[in-house]
Design a protein around this ligand. Structure first.
Ligand SMILES: Cc1cc2nc3c(=O)[nH]c(=O)nc-3n(C[C@H](O)[C@H](O)[C@H](O)COP(=O)(O)O)c2cc1C
Length: 218
């Protein structure tokens, strides 16, 4: 698949079939993670591939709890009018409900772990939430999702399970010094899967020389 086509159609796919993923396909997806750049090339991440039906069931119950808590305030908003934003929120709510109800059935859940002791977190001492460390993990996350796109697999980056980090760590025997920062269910899509995405135009996101100044090519 052409790279720009893959990137511009890489949308969140939350309805996933339970059909198994062939080992060679999963291996290629995981290889893509290993190719990702990281600060100092340290690769301070590990991935636990959860396939155990029993463990997935337990994780689903935690996800369901966090999803309900997150989505409750948005539920009434999504059904309050028929404007474009509300319709889009309604779609996300429905797809999100589906994932929360079916997470245990996915053929694989990739749990991304990171070790902050292996990272040079250059914004750690600033008076704001630190984000730099994540840059050494989310490059691998994005590579995985692009590889899924290439392989015809659906996937969605989720983070709600971070609220349940201690429980997840215990369930998956993740060592004390490691944290979790992304949980990606992957599987073949129930519906069409990936497709058109809706994003702000580049002109709203990119400036030239000074904040707010449009990038105009001479
Ligand atoms: C950091 C991050 C955290 C996310 N967490 C969740 C999540 O916990 N559950 C979920 O259903 N989607 C989650 N998403 C998916 C986003 O909702 C989705 O990427 C966004 O709405 C755009 O959707 P689209 O790609 O289908 O247009 C997350 C995405 C990102 C980048």
């Amino acid at each position: 698949m052409e790279l720009y086509e893959a990137m511009s159609t890489l949308r969140a796919v939350r309805r996933l079939r339970s059909d198994p993923i062939p080992d060679d396909v999963l291996d290629r997806v995981l290889q893509a993670a290993a190719w990702a750049p990281s600060g100092g090339n340290v690769q301070p991440f590990r991935i636990v591939v959860v396939k155990s039906a029993e463990k997935l069931k337990t994780i689903q119950s935690w996800y369901q709890q966090e999803w309900d808590r997150y989505i409750e305030p948005l539920r009434s908003l999504a059904s309050s009018s028929d404007d474009v934003a509300a319709v889009n929120s309604g779609k996300i709510v429905k797809a999100g409900d589906y994932l929360a109800n079916h997470l245990a059935e996915v053929p694989a859940l990739l749990v991304f772990c990171f070790n902050p002791a292996h990272m040079a977190i250059t914004d750690a001492d600033l008076n704001r939430p630190s984000v730099v460390g994540g840059g050494s993990v989310y490059t691998a996350v994005q590579n995985v999702m692009l590889a899924c796109r290439q392989e015809g697999l659906g996937c969605v980056l989720t983070t709600l399970l971070c609220y349940q980090e201690q429980a997840i760590k215990q369930l998956l025997d993740i060592p004390e010094q490691w944290g979790t920062c992304a949980h990606i269910p992957i599987g073949y899509p129930v519906l069409k899967g990936h497709g058109p995405i809706s994003r702000r135009p580049v002109t709203k996101l990119v400036f030239k020389d000074s904040w707010g100044q449009p990038l105009e090519h001479s």
